[in-house]
Design a protein around this ligand. Sequence first.
Ligand code: ZN
Length: 422
Amino acid sequence: MSKPSTPARVTPDLGLAASLFDRLGRETRQGRGIVRDSYGAGEQAAHDLVRGVAENVGLEISVDAIGNLMMTLPGRDRSVPRILIGSHLDSVPQGGNYDGAAGVVAGLSAVSALRQADVAPPCDVSVMAIRAEESAWFDIAYLGSGAVFGLLDPGCLSIRRSDNGRSLESTLLERGFDPGAIRERRRLLDPSRIRAYLELHIEQGPTLTARGLPAAVVTGIRGCKRFRNARCTGSYAHSGAVNRPFRHDAVAATVALLHHLESVWIREEAAGADLVFTSGELYTDPAMHGPSKIAGETRFVLDLRSVSDATMDLVADEARAAAARIGAEYRVNFDLGSTSDSPPAVMDARLRARLMSLLEQPFEMPSGAGHDAAVFAKVGIPTAMIFVRNDFGSHNPDEAMAIEDFAIGTQALLRLLLDFPL
Ligand SMILES: [Zn+2]
């Protein structure tokens, strides 16, 4: 029988964490950056390394049909739903050492600490190393976690890897996994048998560094509403010969629309709403435009993101109304087209509140980037995320997370494990 919990005395196994980060960095670096290619040699090296460490800790190991690795510390009651601590081990090409890996290492350093202290958690705790979260290799995000719940369109098996052109299906077969799980939409985990999914991840923006905070609790993962094929049509004319009242200037009208949406963003921000707005593509037609011409057409993208569907709907409606008004004013025609929508993922309120109480400097923020946690939340599993401060941005070789900050985030995770059932 294990001793009763003595949570205050248990601290994360930082020796394990430091050595694992070091080995992951050394074994998957190519040139300056990290390359843990989805279902390639780099990701596999990371899985092998992590699995070896988990075996040393004495965890139960299993690998599912598509290669997700589960490393389990048995709980006091093995019949009740378990807790998952997960993240991904793949990286973008020339990425950093911490995106994804930090969450898996956090899980291992938490359960290793429990094992060493001979403290059994109330239920099984599985650390899950998830496959292929990054869309850089197969042009589909959340491949590993989406497949676990049978959420993927089986057509994805024919997607070719961006660098070597091999299909997902043949890549899975080469690695000894079973594409049939995706084709038949087989569910590899039962959501009702999962009590919670917890993910620690580096913050991929500048907020925590700017605020001088080591860690944050994530409120939700922003959804996206995107006008992918917006267009403004006016008419081409001589830039010197046409006075303003006679112009149909597509560039001037598009700039006015973007400027208006920027002011909507500032207004929403001031009102406390969560919103980011970007127009990351804006073109005139190179076959038609010229330095002495008024541009008769633009094509552009409007990308709205928020943890609130209502906010995105409101701003999308305002964009349509502004396009009609500005179109009339500038004598051009806007066609914003339809939106492609991905819904926000809201984190579990009780887990959030508990994690906030475990941080010495409690701070909450939304996640602008997508994470596997969104998939677990989508299938109804209570889900929570912790962000850890990271300098120099992410998806580049310069990611920099201090082990002291990692310790603060992982300690909160460890304490949360021992608090179940909440
Ligand atoms: Zn990530």
